[in-house]
Ligand binder design. Sequence first.
Ligand code: TEU
Length: 538
Amino acid sequence: EKDKDWWRGAVIYQIYPRSYQDSDGDGIGDLAGIVQRIPYIASLGVDAIWISPFFTSPMKDFGYDVSNYCDVDPMFGSMGDFNAVVLAAHQHGLKIMIDLVLSHTSDQHPWFQQSRVSRDNDKSDWYVWADPKEDGTPPNNWLSIFGGSGWQWSGEREQYFLHNFLSSQPDLNFHEPVVQTALLDVAGFWLDRGVDGFRLDTINFYVHDKQLRSNPPLPREQRNSTIAPSVNPYNHQLHLYSKNQPENLDFLRKLRGVMEPYNAAAVGEVGDAQRGIEIMGEYTAGDDLMQMCYAFEFLANVRPTAADIETVMARVDKHASDGWACWAFSNHDVKRHATRWDVPDAGLRLMTTLMMCLRGSACIYQGEELGLQEADVAFRDLQDPYGIEFWPEFKGRDGCRTPMVWEASNANGGFSTAEKPWLPFSHEHAQMCVAVQEENPDALIHHYRRAIALRRAHPGLAKGDHDGVKASGNVVHFTRTHDGVDIFCAFNLGDKPAVLAMPDGIFTAIALNLGGVDTPRGDTLILGPWQAYIATAA
Ligand code: TEU
Protein backbone atom coordinates (compact mmCIF):
# COMPACT_ATOMS: atom_id res chain seq x y z
CA GLU A 1 0.00 0.00 0.00
CA LYS A 2 1.55 3.24 -1.16
CA ASP A 3 1.63 6.26 1.13
CA LYS A 4 -0.30 8.86 -0.83
CA ASP A 5 0.89 11.59 1.46
CA TRP A 6 4.60 10.84 1.32
CA TRP A 7 5.42 14.28 -0.05
CA ARG A 8 3.89 16.19 2.85
CA GLY A 9 6.79 17.41 4.91
CA ALA A 10 9.28 15.40 2.86
CA VAL A 11 12.95 16.34 2.84
CA ILE A 12 14.07 16.38 -0.77
CA TYR A 13 17.73 16.24 -1.74
CA GLN A 14 18.43 18.09 -5.00
CA ILE A 15 21.06 16.66 -7.31
CA TYR A 16 22.54 18.68 -10.15
CA PRO A 17 23.69 15.63 -12.12
CA ARG A 18 26.48 17.33 -14.08
CA SER A 19 28.28 18.02 -10.83
CA TYR A 20 27.48 15.17 -8.48
CA GLN A 21 29.57 12.16 -9.45
CA ASP A 22 31.33 11.37 -12.72
CA SER A 23 31.58 7.60 -13.21
CA ASP A 24 33.23 7.50 -16.65
CA GLY A 25 35.94 10.12 -16.44
CA ASP A 26 34.59 12.60 -18.99
CA GLY A 27 34.52 15.41 -16.42
CA ILE A 28 30.72 15.49 -16.25
CA GLY A 29 28.60 13.80 -13.61
CA ASP A 30 26.22 11.06 -14.71
CA LEU A 31 23.43 8.72 -13.63
CA ALA A 32 25.76 5.81 -12.88
CA GLY A 33 27.59 8.20 -10.57
CA ILE A 34 24.35 8.94 -8.75
CA VAL A 35 23.78 5.20 -8.27
CA GLN A 36 27.15 4.96 -6.50
CA ARG A 37 26.12 7.73 -4.13
CA ILE A 38 22.62 6.57 -3.26
CA PRO A 39 23.78 4.98 0.03
CA TYR A 40 25.33 8.30 1.01
CA ILE A 41 22.13 10.19 0.21
CA ALA A 42 20.08 7.66 2.16
CA SER A 43 22.47 8.07 5.09
CA LEU A 44 21.40 11.71 5.37
CA GLY A 45 17.90 10.52 6.22
CA VAL A 46 16.13 12.38 3.42
CA ASP A 47 12.89 11.11 1.91
CA ALA A 48 13.36 11.86 -1.77
CA ILE A 49 15.76 12.90 -4.49
CA TRP A 50 15.07 15.54 -7.12
CA ILE A 51 17.38 15.15 -10.07
CA SER A 52 17.82 18.20 -12.31
CA PRO A 53 17.30 17.39 -16.03
CA PHE A 54 19.23 14.50 -17.59
CA PHE A 55 17.21 14.30 -20.83
CA THR A 56 18.63 14.56 -24.33
CA SER A 57 19.76 18.14 -24.77
CA PRO A 58 22.23 20.35 -26.64
CA MET A 59 23.03 21.70 -23.13
CA LYS A 60 22.74 25.39 -23.96
CA ASP A 61 21.09 25.76 -20.55
CA PHE A 62 22.65 22.56 -19.20
CA GLY A 63 19.67 20.32 -19.67
CA TYR A 64 16.89 22.85 -19.13
CA ASP A 65 16.72 22.84 -22.93
CA VAL A 66 15.32 19.43 -23.83
CA SER A 67 15.50 17.96 -27.34
CA ASN A 68 13.99 14.58 -26.41
CA TYR A 69 11.82 14.30 -23.32
CA CYS A 70 11.75 10.52 -23.35
CA ASP A 71 15.41 9.61 -23.36
CA VAL A 72 18.58 10.11 -21.37
CA ASP A 73 21.34 12.27 -22.81
CA PRO A 74 24.33 10.02 -23.63
CA MET A 75 26.44 12.38 -21.53
CA PHE A 76 24.46 11.22 -18.48
CA GLY A 77 24.17 7.58 -19.51
CA SER A 78 21.33 5.44 -20.78
CA MET A 79 17.80 4.45 -19.95
CA GLY A 80 19.33 1.42 -18.26
CA ASP A 81 21.29 3.73 -15.98
CA PHE A 82 18.11 5.59 -15.16
CA ASN A 83 16.39 2.33 -14.25
CA ALA A 84 19.33 1.58 -11.98
CA VAL A 85 18.90 4.95 -10.23
CA VAL A 86 15.21 4.23 -9.61
CA LEU A 87 15.95 0.73 -8.37
CA ALA A 88 18.77 1.77 -6.04
CA ALA A 89 16.76 4.69 -4.68
CA HIS A 90 13.72 2.56 -4.01
CA GLN A 91 15.83 -0.13 -2.36
CA HIS A 92 17.07 2.57 0.00
CA GLY A 93 13.58 3.88 0.68
CA LEU A 94 14.05 7.06 -1.35
CA LYS A 95 11.49 8.52 -3.73
CA ILE A 96 12.62 9.81 -7.12
CA MET A 97 11.43 13.15 -8.46
CA ILE A 98 12.51 14.17 -11.92
CA ASP A 99 12.65 17.68 -13.30
CA LEU A 100 10.17 18.17 -16.13
CA VAL A 101 10.84 21.24 -18.25
CA LEU A 102 7.51 21.50 -20.03
CA SER A 103 7.25 25.24 -20.64
CA HIS A 104 9.83 25.27 -23.40
CA THR A 105 11.96 22.89 -25.42
CA SER A 106 15.34 23.20 -27.04
CA ASP A 107 15.35 24.69 -30.53
CA GLN A 108 16.85 21.31 -31.49
CA HIS A 109 13.69 19.45 -30.49
CA PRO A 110 12.09 17.84 -33.58
CA TRP A 111 8.84 19.63 -32.69
CA PHE A 112 10.49 23.01 -33.10
CA GLN A 113 12.53 21.89 -36.10
CA GLN A 114 9.24 21.18 -37.83
CA SER A 115 7.35 24.15 -36.41
CA ARG A 116 9.90 26.66 -37.67
CA VAL A 117 9.75 25.50 -41.30
CA SER A 118 6.38 26.90 -42.31
CA ARG A 119 3.16 28.48 -41.12
CA ASP A 120 1.06 25.55 -42.25
CA ASN A 121 2.48 22.27 -41.08
CA ASP A 122 1.28 19.88 -38.37
CA LYS A 123 3.34 21.59 -35.73
CA SER A 124 3.11 25.21 -36.92
CA ASP A 125 1.19 26.22 -33.83
CA TRP A 126 3.13 24.17 -31.29
CA TYR A 127 5.21 27.23 -30.38
CA VAL A 128 4.26 30.87 -29.89
CA TRP A 129 4.70 32.51 -33.28
CA ALA A 130 3.66 36.07 -34.09
CA ASP A 131 4.01 38.58 -36.88
CA PRO A 132 6.20 41.63 -36.40
CA LYS A 133 4.75 45.06 -35.87
CA GLU A 134 4.56 47.22 -38.98
CA ASP A 135 8.04 48.58 -38.35
CA GLY A 136 9.42 45.07 -38.10
CA THR A 137 9.91 45.10 -34.34
CA PRO A 138 8.68 42.32 -31.99
CA PRO A 139 4.91 41.96 -31.46
CA ASN A 140 5.03 43.28 -27.89
CA ASN A 141 7.34 44.25 -25.01
CA TRP A 142 7.75 40.83 -23.37
CA LEU A 143 11.27 40.25 -22.11
CA SER A 144 13.53 37.27 -21.62
CA ILE A 145 14.79 36.57 -18.08
CA PHE A 146 18.19 35.95 -19.60
CA GLY A 147 18.26 39.39 -21.27
CA GLY A 148 16.73 41.32 -24.14
CA SER A 149 13.43 40.84 -25.93
CA GLY A 150 11.51 37.64 -25.35
CA TRP A 151 11.02 37.41 -29.12
CA GLN A 152 13.44 35.96 -31.63
CA TRP A 153 13.12 36.53 -35.37
CA SER A 154 12.99 33.52 -37.65
CA GLY A 155 13.74 34.17 -41.31
CA GLU A 156 12.14 30.92 -42.43
CA ARG A 157 8.62 31.86 -41.28
CA GLU A 158 9.26 35.60 -41.27
CA GLN A 159 7.79 35.64 -37.80
CA TYR A 160 8.96 35.98 -34.25
CA PHE A 161 8.82 33.16 -31.71
CA LEU A 162 8.58 33.58 -27.95
CA HIS A 163 11.30 32.53 -25.51
CA ASN A 164 11.19 33.41 -21.81
CA PHE A 165 14.75 32.20 -21.31
CA LEU A 166 17.44 31.68 -23.99
CA SER A 167 16.50 32.18 -27.63
CA SER A 168 17.43 28.49 -28.01
CA GLN A 169 14.57 27.67 -25.58
CA PRO A 170 11.42 28.38 -27.62
CA ASP A 171 8.24 28.55 -25.56
CA LEU A 172 5.65 25.83 -26.20
CA ASN A 173 2.14 26.99 -27.04
CA PHE A 174 -0.16 25.60 -24.34
CA HIS A 175 -3.20 27.05 -26.11
CA GLU A 176 -2.78 24.20 -28.59
CA PRO A 177 -4.53 21.10 -27.15
CA VAL A 178 -2.22 18.63 -28.91
CA VAL A 179 0.76 20.26 -27.22
CA GLN A 180 -0.83 19.64 -23.83
CA THR A 181 -1.54 16.03 -24.76
CA ALA A 182 2.03 15.49 -25.89
CA LEU A 183 3.36 16.86 -22.60
CA LEU A 184 0.95 14.79 -20.51
CA ASP A 185 2.25 11.75 -22.39
CA VAL A 186 5.77 12.70 -21.30
CA ALA A 187 4.65 12.71 -17.67
CA GLY A 188 3.00 9.31 -18.17
CA PHE A 189 6.12 7.93 -19.84
CA TRP A 190 8.24 8.62 -16.77
CA LEU A 191 5.58 7.54 -14.27
CA ASP A 192 5.54 4.19 -16.07
CA ARG A 193 9.28 4.02 -15.46
CA GLY A 194 8.81 4.26 -11.74
CA VAL A 195 9.29 7.90 -10.83
CA ASP A 196 7.41 9.06 -7.74
CA GLY A 197 7.01 12.68 -8.62
CA PHE A 198 8.08 15.75 -10.48
CA ARG A 199 9.76 19.03 -9.93
CA LEU A 200 8.04 21.11 -12.58
CA ASP A 201 10.25 23.78 -14.06
CA THR A 202 8.81 27.29 -14.48
CA ILE A 203 5.24 26.06 -13.99
CA ASN A 204 3.85 29.60 -14.09
CA PHE A 205 5.29 30.23 -17.55
CA TYR A 206 3.21 27.53 -19.24
CA VAL A 207 0.42 29.76 -20.56
CA HIS A 208 0.80 33.22 -22.07
CA ASP A 209 -1.92 35.74 -23.00
CA LYS A 210 -3.45 34.66 -26.29
CA GLN A 211 -3.92 38.28 -27.36
CA LEU A 212 -0.23 38.97 -26.71
CA ARG A 213 -0.90 42.16 -24.76
CA SER A 214 2.17 44.11 -23.65
CA ASN A 215 3.17 44.00 -19.98
CA PRO A 216 2.84 47.17 -17.88
CA PRO A 217 5.83 48.60 -16.00
CA LEU A 218 6.25 47.45 -12.40
CA PRO A 219 5.21 50.08 -9.83
CA ARG A 220 8.31 51.74 -8.44
CA GLU A 221 7.74 50.57 -4.84
CA GLN A 222 7.68 46.94 -5.93
CA ARG A 223 11.01 47.14 -7.73
CA ASN A 224 13.63 45.05 -6.07
CA SER A 225 16.15 43.58 -8.39
CA THR A 226 19.64 42.23 -8.06
CA ILE A 227 20.45 43.24 -11.62
CA ALA A 228 20.25 46.94 -12.52
CA PRO A 229 17.46 47.80 -14.98
CA SER A 230 20.04 49.26 -17.35
CA VAL A 231 21.63 45.81 -17.47
CA ASN A 232 18.46 43.73 -17.50
CA PRO A 233 15.04 45.41 -17.23
CA TYR A 234 13.26 42.08 -16.65
CA ASN A 235 12.56 42.64 -12.97
CA HIS A 236 11.20 46.11 -13.65
CA GLN A 237 8.28 44.89 -15.65
CA LEU A 238 5.03 43.47 -14.28
CA HIS A 239 4.68 40.15 -16.10
CA LEU A 240 0.94 40.32 -16.28
CA TYR A 241 0.41 38.85 -19.72
CA SER A 242 3.57 36.95 -20.64
CA LYS A 243 2.93 34.19 -18.09
CA ASN A 244 0.54 32.68 -15.53
CA GLN A 245 -2.75 33.01 -17.40
CA PRO A 246 -5.92 31.43 -15.92
CA GLU A 247 -5.83 28.52 -18.39
CA ASN A 248 -2.71 27.33 -16.60
CA LEU A 249 -4.95 25.72 -14.00
CA ASP A 250 -6.72 23.61 -16.62
CA PHE A 251 -3.42 22.10 -17.66
CA LEU A 252 -2.34 21.52 -14.07
CA ARG A 253 -5.60 19.64 -13.41
CA LYS A 254 -4.96 17.39 -16.39
CA LEU A 255 -1.43 16.77 -15.20
CA ARG A 256 -2.66 15.87 -11.73
CA GLY A 257 -5.12 13.52 -13.37
CA VAL A 258 -2.22 11.70 -15.05
CA MET A 259 -0.30 11.55 -11.76
CA GLU A 260 -3.15 10.42 -9.54
CA PRO A 261 -3.17 6.64 -10.29
CA TYR A 262 0.53 6.56 -9.40
CA ASN A 263 0.22 8.51 -6.12
CA ALA A 264 2.83 10.82 -7.62
CA ALA A 265 3.52 14.24 -6.21
CA ALA A 266 4.63 17.45 -7.85
CA VAL A 267 6.40 20.53 -6.68
CA GLY A 268 5.79 23.37 -9.09
CA GLU A 269 8.49 25.96 -9.47
CA VAL A 270 6.82 29.35 -9.43
CA GLY A 271 9.43 31.90 -10.45
CA ASP A 272 7.64 35.11 -9.55
CA ALA A 273 9.36 37.60 -7.30
CA GLN A 274 6.16 39.60 -6.89
CA ARG A 275 3.28 37.16 -6.48
CA GLY A 276 4.99 33.83 -5.79
CA ILE A 277 2.98 32.95 -2.69
CA GLU A 278 -0.36 34.05 -4.14
CA ILE A 279 0.34 31.88 -7.18
CA MET A 280 1.33 29.02 -4.87
CA GLY A 281 -2.13 29.40 -3.37
CA GLU A 282 -3.79 29.20 -6.79
CA TYR A 283 -1.80 26.17 -7.91
CA THR A 284 -2.25 24.14 -4.72
CA ALA A 285 -5.85 25.12 -4.00
CA GLY A 286 -7.38 21.66 -4.26
CA ASP A 287 -6.75 17.93 -4.42
CA ASP A 288 -6.99 18.11 -8.18
CA LEU A 289 -4.06 20.53 -8.48
CA MET A 290 -0.41 20.50 -7.43
CA GLN A 291 0.59 19.25 -3.99
CA MET A 292 3.42 21.74 -3.49
CA CYS A 293 5.01 24.83 -4.91
CA TYR A 294 8.65 25.68 -4.59
CA ALA A 295 9.11 28.85 -2.58
CA PHE A 296 11.71 31.44 -3.55
CA GLU A 297 11.29 33.46 -0.37
CA PHE A 298 14.36 32.10 1.42
CA LEU A 299 16.50 32.15 -1.72
CA ALA A 300 16.70 35.94 -1.76
CA ASN A 301 20.01 37.65 -1.29
CA VAL A 302 20.03 38.24 2.44
CA ARG A 303 19.29 35.93 5.33
CA PRO A 304 15.68 36.13 6.36
CA THR A 305 15.27 37.77 9.76
CA ALA A 306 12.79 36.54 12.36
CA ALA A 307 10.38 39.24 11.17
CA ASP A 308 10.83 38.17 7.52
CA ILE A 309 9.99 34.59 8.43
CA GLU A 310 6.87 35.68 10.28
CA THR A 311 5.80 37.72 7.25
CA VAL A 312 6.45 34.95 4.75
CA MET A 313 4.67 32.30 6.81
CA ALA A 314 1.72 34.62 7.44
CA ARG A 315 1.43 35.17 3.69
CA VAL A 316 1.43 31.42 3.10
CA ASP A 317 -1.26 31.00 5.77
CA LYS A 318 -3.29 33.76 4.14
CA HIS A 319 -2.92 32.91 0.47
CA ALA A 320 -1.96 29.25 0.34
CA SER A 321 -3.37 27.62 3.47
CA ASP A 322 -4.64 24.59 1.53
CA GLY A 323 -1.30 24.24 -0.13
CA TRP A 324 2.08 23.15 0.94
CA ALA A 325 5.24 25.15 0.39
CA CYS A 326 8.54 23.56 -0.41
CA TRP A 327 11.32 25.61 1.19
CA ALA A 328 14.92 25.90 0.07
CA PHE A 329 17.90 27.98 1.05
CA SER A 330 20.05 27.05 -1.95
CA ASN A 331 19.69 25.57 -5.41
CA HIS A 332 21.47 25.44 -8.77
CA ASP A 333 20.30 28.94 -9.71
CA VAL A 334 21.38 31.07 -6.77
CA LYS A 335 24.49 31.87 -4.77
CA ARG A 336 25.01 29.27 -2.04
CA HIS A 337 23.49 30.43 1.24
CA ALA A 338 26.67 29.83 3.24
CA THR A 339 28.03 32.76 1.20
CA ARG A 340 24.83 34.77 0.76
CA TRP A 341 24.13 34.86 4.46
CA ASP A 342 26.36 36.64 6.87
CA VAL A 343 26.12 34.03 9.64
CA PRO A 344 28.61 31.93 11.61
CA ASP A 345 28.50 28.14 11.48
CA ALA A 346 26.09 28.17 14.42
CA GLY A 347 23.75 30.31 12.36
CA LEU A 348 23.80 27.87 9.43
CA ARG A 349 22.96 25.07 11.86
CA LEU A 350 20.16 26.99 13.48
CA MET A 351 18.58 27.84 10.14
CA THR A 352 18.75 24.17 9.10
CA THR A 353 16.97 23.12 12.26
CA LEU A 354 14.38 25.81 11.63
CA MET A 355 13.75 24.58 8.09
CA MET A 356 13.20 21.07 9.44
CA CYS A 357 10.53 22.38 11.82
CA LEU A 358 8.66 24.80 9.54
CA ARG A 359 5.38 23.76 8.03
CA GLY A 360 6.25 22.77 4.49
CA SER A 361 8.51 20.39 2.64
CA ALA A 362 12.20 21.15 2.36
CA CYS A 363 14.80 20.95 -0.37
CA ILE A 364 18.48 20.51 0.38
CA TYR A 365 20.84 21.31 -2.47
CA GLN A 366 23.83 19.02 -2.92
CA GLY A 367 26.79 20.28 -0.89
CA GLU A 368 24.81 22.48 1.46
CA GLU A 369 25.01 19.66 4.00
CA LEU A 370 28.76 20.32 3.91
CA GLY A 371 28.36 24.07 4.32
CA LEU A 372 29.93 24.71 0.91
CA GLN A 373 30.53 28.33 0.02
CA GLU A 374 29.87 29.75 -3.42
CA ALA A 375 32.92 28.89 -5.53
CA ASP A 376 34.86 31.61 -7.29
CA VAL A 377 34.69 30.83 -10.99
CA ALA A 378 36.91 32.93 -13.25
CA PHE A 379 35.39 34.43 -16.39
CA ARG A 380 37.49 32.16 -18.61
CA ASP A 381 35.96 29.09 -16.94
CA LEU A 382 32.38 30.39 -17.03
CA GLN A 383 29.80 28.03 -18.55
CA ASP A 384 26.45 29.62 -17.69
CA PRO A 385 25.14 31.72 -20.60
CA TYR A 386 23.23 33.86 -18.09
CA GLY A 387 26.53 34.72 -16.37
CA ILE A 388 28.43 35.28 -19.60
CA GLU A 389 25.71 37.69 -20.74
CA PHE A 390 25.70 39.85 -17.60
CA TRP A 391 29.25 39.58 -16.29
CA PRO A 392 30.39 41.28 -14.10
CA GLU A 393 27.13 42.82 -12.80
CA PHE A 394 25.84 39.28 -12.38
CA LYS A 395 28.32 36.45 -12.36
CA GLY A 396 25.87 33.74 -13.26
CA ARG A 397 25.11 30.42 -11.65
CA ASP A 398 28.37 28.50 -12.01
CA GLY A 399 29.59 29.26 -8.49
CA CYS A 400 26.92 26.98 -7.01
CA ARG A 401 27.34 24.32 -9.71
CA THR A 402 30.97 23.32 -9.17
CA PRO A 403 31.65 19.64 -8.42
CA MET A 404 30.48 17.99 -5.21
CA VAL A 405 33.40 17.24 -2.88
CA TRP A 406 33.81 13.69 -1.68
CA GLU A 407 37.46 13.28 -0.73
CA ALA A 408 40.30 15.65 0.11
CA SER A 409 43.07 13.44 -1.29
CA ASN A 410 41.83 13.39 -4.87
CA ALA A 411 42.65 16.17 -7.35
CA ASN A 412 38.98 16.70 -8.20
CA GLY A 413 37.67 15.94 -4.74
CA GLY A 414 36.66 12.45 -5.83
CA PHE A 415 34.20 13.90 -8.33
CA SER A 416 35.99 12.86 -11.49
CA THR A 417 39.19 11.33 -12.80
CA ALA A 418 39.17 13.77 -15.72
CA GLU A 419 42.01 16.25 -15.95
CA LYS A 420 39.58 19.13 -16.28
CA PRO A 421 35.99 18.73 -15.08
CA TRP A 422 33.32 20.81 -16.85
CA LEU A 423 33.56 23.37 -14.04
CA PRO A 424 36.70 23.61 -11.94
CA PHE A 425 36.72 21.81 -8.63
CA SER A 426 37.00 24.42 -5.86
CA HIS A 427 40.12 23.81 -3.79
CA GLU A 428 38.60 25.87 -1.00
CA HIS A 429 36.02 23.12 -0.71
CA ALA A 430 38.54 20.29 -0.33
CA GLN A 431 38.70 20.22 3.46
CA MET A 432 34.91 20.42 3.68
CA CYS A 433 34.50 17.17 1.77
CA VAL A 434 32.27 14.30 2.87
CA ALA A 435 35.16 12.03 3.92
CA VAL A 436 36.65 14.63 6.26
CA GLN A 437 33.30 15.55 7.80
CA GLU A 438 32.31 11.91 8.34
CA GLU A 439 35.34 11.56 10.63
CA ASN A 440 34.52 14.65 12.66
CA PRO A 441 31.53 14.31 14.99
CA ASP A 442 31.22 18.12 15.23
CA ALA A 443 30.99 18.62 11.47
CA LEU A 444 27.96 20.24 9.86
CA ILE A 445 26.99 17.08 7.97
CA HIS A 446 26.08 15.40 11.26
CA HIS A 447 23.97 18.36 12.23
CA TYR A 448 22.02 17.95 9.00
CA ARG A 449 21.51 14.28 9.85
CA ARG A 450 20.30 15.13 13.35
CA ALA A 451 17.95 17.85 12.16
CA ILE A 452 16.47 15.58 9.48
CA ALA A 453 16.19 12.71 11.97
CA LEU A 454 14.37 15.00 14.38
CA ARG A 455 11.75 15.71 11.74
CA ARG A 456 11.44 12.01 10.96
CA ALA A 457 11.05 11.08 14.60
CA HIS A 458 8.25 13.60 15.13
CA PRO A 459 5.55 13.39 12.45
CA GLY A 460 4.18 16.66 13.78
CA LEU A 461 7.26 18.47 12.48
CA ALA A 462 6.77 16.98 9.04
CA LYS A 463 3.02 16.93 8.65
CA GLY A 464 1.48 18.89 11.47
CA ASP A 465 -0.55 22.07 11.38
CA HIS A 466 0.85 25.16 12.98
CA ASP A 467 -0.61 27.98 14.99
CA GLY A 468 1.11 30.71 12.98
CA VAL A 469 4.74 31.70 13.06
CA LYS A 470 5.59 34.60 15.35
CA ALA A 471 8.67 36.72 15.74
CA SER A 472 9.67 38.24 19.08
CA GLY A 473 12.81 40.22 18.51
CA ASN A 474 15.24 37.74 16.96
CA VAL A 475 13.26 34.71 18.08
CA VAL A 476 10.98 32.79 15.74
CA HIS A 477 8.47 30.57 17.49
CA PHE A 478 5.41 28.46 16.76
CA THR A 479 3.64 25.27 17.77
CA ARG A 480 3.09 22.34 15.40
CA THR A 481 0.18 20.04 16.13
CA HIS A 482 -0.44 16.54 14.87
CA ASP A 483 -2.59 13.70 16.23
CA GLY A 484 -3.16 15.63 19.43
CA VAL A 485 0.53 16.19 20.12
CA ASP A 486 1.88 19.75 20.34
CA ILE A 487 5.48 20.54 19.54
CA PHE A 488 6.70 23.95 20.59
CA CYS A 489 9.59 25.32 18.54
CA ALA A 490 11.70 28.41 19.22
CA PHE A 491 14.78 29.63 17.38
CA ASN A 492 17.10 32.47 18.24
CA LEU A 493 18.19 34.02 14.95
CA GLY A 494 20.72 36.25 16.60
CA ASP A 495 24.18 36.26 18.11
CA LYS A 496 22.98 37.48 21.52
CA PRO A 497 20.96 35.62 24.16
CA ALA A 498 17.22 36.11 23.89
CA VAL A 499 14.34 35.69 26.28
CA LEU A 500 10.94 34.37 25.31
CA ALA A 501 7.72 33.96 27.28
CA MET A 502 6.70 30.31 27.19
CA PRO A 503 3.19 29.28 26.24
CA ASP A 504 1.15 27.48 28.91
CA GLY A 505 1.89 23.84 29.49
CA ILE A 506 4.55 21.45 30.64
CA PHE A 507 7.30 20.80 28.15
CA THR A 508 9.77 18.05 27.54
CA ALA A 509 12.74 19.21 25.55
CA ILE A 510 13.72 17.16 22.52
CA ALA A 511 17.49 17.04 22.47
CA LEU A 512 18.91 18.94 19.55
CA ASN A 513 21.60 21.63 19.52
CA LEU A 514 20.14 23.01 22.69
CA GLY A 515 23.57 23.48 24.21
CA GLY A 516 22.95 24.59 27.74
CA VAL A 517 19.27 25.38 27.61
CA ASP A 518 17.44 24.07 30.64
CA THR A 519 13.94 22.81 30.41
CA PRO A 520 12.19 25.97 31.44
CA ARG A 521 11.03 25.85 35.03
CA GLY A 522 9.17 29.10 34.97
CA ASP A 523 7.37 30.86 32.22
CA THR A 524 10.37 32.23 30.38
CA LEU A 525 12.85 30.57 28.07
CA ILE A 526 16.38 31.85 27.72
CA LEU A 527 17.97 31.01 24.41
CA GLY A 528 21.69 31.36 23.79
CA PRO A 529 22.98 32.83 20.52
CA TRP A 530 21.74 30.79 17.53
CA GLN A 531 20.00 28.30 19.78
CA ALA A 532 16.89 26.28 19.16
CA TYR A 533 14.48 24.91 21.71
CA ILE A 534 12.07 22.23 20.57
CA ALA A 535 9.80 20.55 23.05
CA THR A 536 6.75 18.36 23.17
CA ALA A 537 3.94 19.62 25.35
CA ALA A 538 1.92 17.38 27.60
O1 TEU B 1 14.56 28.54 -13.43
C1 TEU B 1 13.50 29.44 -13.57
C2 TEU B 1 13.81 30.75 -13.00
O2 TEU B 1 12.91 31.43 -12.55
C3 TEU B 1 15.23 31.17 -13.11
O3 TEU B 1 15.29 31.93 -14.24
C4 TEU B 1 15.71 31.94 -11.99
O4 TEU B 1 14.96 33.13 -11.86
C5 TEU B 1 17.14 32.31 -12.24
O5 TEU B 1 17.85 31.20 -12.69
C6 TEU B 1 17.72 32.85 -10.97
O6 TEU B 1 19.07 33.02 -11.09
C7 TEU B 1 14.44 27.31 -14.03
C8 TEU B 1 15.68 26.50 -13.77
O7 TEU B 1 15.81 26.29 -12.39
C9 TEU B 1 16.86 27.19 -14.38
O8 TEU B 1 18.05 26.49 -14.12
C10 TEU B 1 16.62 27.27 -15.87
O9 TEU B 1 17.66 27.99 -16.48
C11 TEU B 1 15.29 27.95 -16.19
O10 TEU B 1 14.23 27.41 -15.43
C12 TEU B 1 14.93 27.75 -17.63
O11 TEU B 1 14.52 26.46 -17.86
